[in-house]
Design a protein around this ligand. Structure first.
Ligand code: HEC
Ligand code: HEC
Ligand code: HEC
Ligand code: HEC
Ligand code: HEC
Length: 277
């Protein structure tokens, strides 16, 4: 190989790093050691604190959107349909900033890196691609999009005795979810990535607070099958649509807010049965 060729091989990974963004590699670690850092994998990914991720990925929260697209559309003039709710404020922001640092986000949510990033294998990115493959990994994604469904599903009017969409029927209820939700399903949002008191307080000030996460900016055609927590005054009969619903939130969303002995049992590992066969 020519001298230049050898140089190219040496610097290629460095160029790749800069092309990927501005991930910081701490002194003493090679790129590969950082790339394969245990924090990217279970079990460490399940308990990682944000500052640990941000030590290398600070740019995730620093990056800003372009002020103008290559075709010349100015960010300041862009307004998408999901940016028209009364909770939306400020200039265009990146996806990560909109969930982690903008005003509304920090008022009602407490998302962490690990809420969405549960670890992935950068080489396989597919769970069962070979006999030794890790069945707990997600398929070709860095995040399991199930998490998005929780806050970006449809408005489940058919479970509420409301005849149709909130946009159509909301005015009949003064656009106020609390008219009914002072009584129904009042035991809600007790999870480690939301701020339940703040949500209730803010919902009294702004119409779209509740609707925003329950149909106001849906990326899905269905609503999320939420757990159905018992509430004071709950009727005894369980409606048909709710027969298969869990009655507590997912275990990992309760860690840190209920004592360890009250956590529901860990679910069996996905694919575990396949693996032992
Ligand atoms: C020691 C440094 C370091 C730490 C700590 C670290 N990362 Fe990374 N991470 C990297 C590098 C290097 C890459 C490769 C991509 C690049 O060059 O930008 C990467 C890639 C990723 C990717 C892209 C994966 C893919 O398949 O392309 C995600 C998502 C990610 N990291 C999330 C996290 C999260 C979440 C945490 C904390 C739990 C974390 N990282 C902690 C250095 C680190
Ligand atoms: C609301 C969910 C969510 C949260 C919270 C979140 N991420 Fe992400 N992240 C995503 C999604 C979705 C992608 C894109 C995944 C894909 O392309 O498959 C992504 C991509 C990434 C990537 C690789 C792509 C890139 O833009 O460089 C890194 C690195 C990353 N996230 C780090 C972090 C860190 C660090 C945190 C915490 C400060 C964090 N994320 C919090 C959902 C989230
Ligand atoms: C815990 C609730 C929650 C989760 C989980 C969540 N989001 Fe969001 N998302 C929000 C809220 C709240 C807003 C709007 C914030 C506002 O009005 O300022 C939002 C806004 C957005 C926007 C619009 C951003 C903008 O600035 O216009 C996109 C796109 C988005 N989410 C995609 C996703 C994706 C993809 C996922 C899964 C990886 C996800 N969200 C997970 C609550 C969530
Ligand atoms: C006319 C009264 C009424 C109004 C108005 C109303 N709801 Fe409901 N909602 C209900 C009832 C009743 C249920 C189902 C109770 C049960 O589980 O038996 C319900 C259930 C829900 C559920 C859980 C659905 C599921 O599948 O588990 C969500 C989420 C919800 N409402 C959000 C909202 C939001 C957000 C608004 C305002 C945009 C709203 N509701 C307005 C009466 C109402
Ligand atoms: C930032 C997003 C967000 C906002 C704002 C929000 N919700 Fe939710 N809501 C969720 C998520 C996520 C869940 C599921 C939590 C869980 O797993 O227990 C949920 C669950 C519910 C449930 C099911 C309760 C049960 O039985 O566990 C109802 C009802 C509900 N929300 C109504 C409302 C109402 C009413 C408001 C306004 C006062 C509101 N939501 C505001 C995200 C949101």
């Amino acid at each position: 190989m020519s001298k230049a060729g050898r140089w190219a091989m040496l610097i290629a990974p460095l160029l790749w790093v800069s092309a990927q963004g501005n991930t910081q590699i701490p002194d003493g670690l090679t790129y590969d050691q950082a790339r394969w850092h245990p924090l990217h994998f279970k079990p460490a990914s399940e308990t990682a604190a944000d500052y640990q991720c941000l030590a290398c990925h600070a740019d995730i929260l620093e990056r800003r959107v372009r002020s103008e697209s290559p075709a010349g559309v100015k960010a300041s003039e862009a307004l998408a349909w999901y940016e028209t709710l009364d909770t939306y404020e400020g200039e265009e922001e990146t996806f990560h900033r909109r969930h982690l640092v903008t005003n509304f986000a920090i008022q009602v949510m407490d998302l962490k890196c690990r809420t969405c990033h549960l670890g992935n294998d950068p080489r396989e990115e597919a769970g069962m691609s070979h006999a030794g493959g890790d069945p707990t990994l997600i398929q070709r994604k860095q995040v399991d999009p199930e998490i998005c469904h929780l806050c970006h599903g449809q408005f489940p009017y058919e479970h509420m005795g409301i005849p149709g969409s909130w946009l159509e029927y909301g005015p009949a209820f003064q656009n106020n979810c609390l008219l009914c939700h002072m009584m129904f399903r009042t035991n809600r949002h007790q999870v480690n990535y939301l701020k339940p008191q703040a949500i209730e307080a803010l919902a009294k000030e702004k119409e779209d607070v509740c609707f925003g996460c329950h149909g106001g900016r849906p990326w899905y055609r269905t609503s999320y099958p939420y757990p159905r927590h018992p509430w004071p005054g709950m009727p005894e009969a369980v409606p048909d649509w709710a027969k298969d619903r869990p009655t507590v939130s997912e275990r990992r969303f309760l860690i840190g807010i209920v004592p360890p002995e009250e956590l529901p049992a860990a679910p069996p590992k996905q694919g575990a049965a396949l693996r032992t066969r």
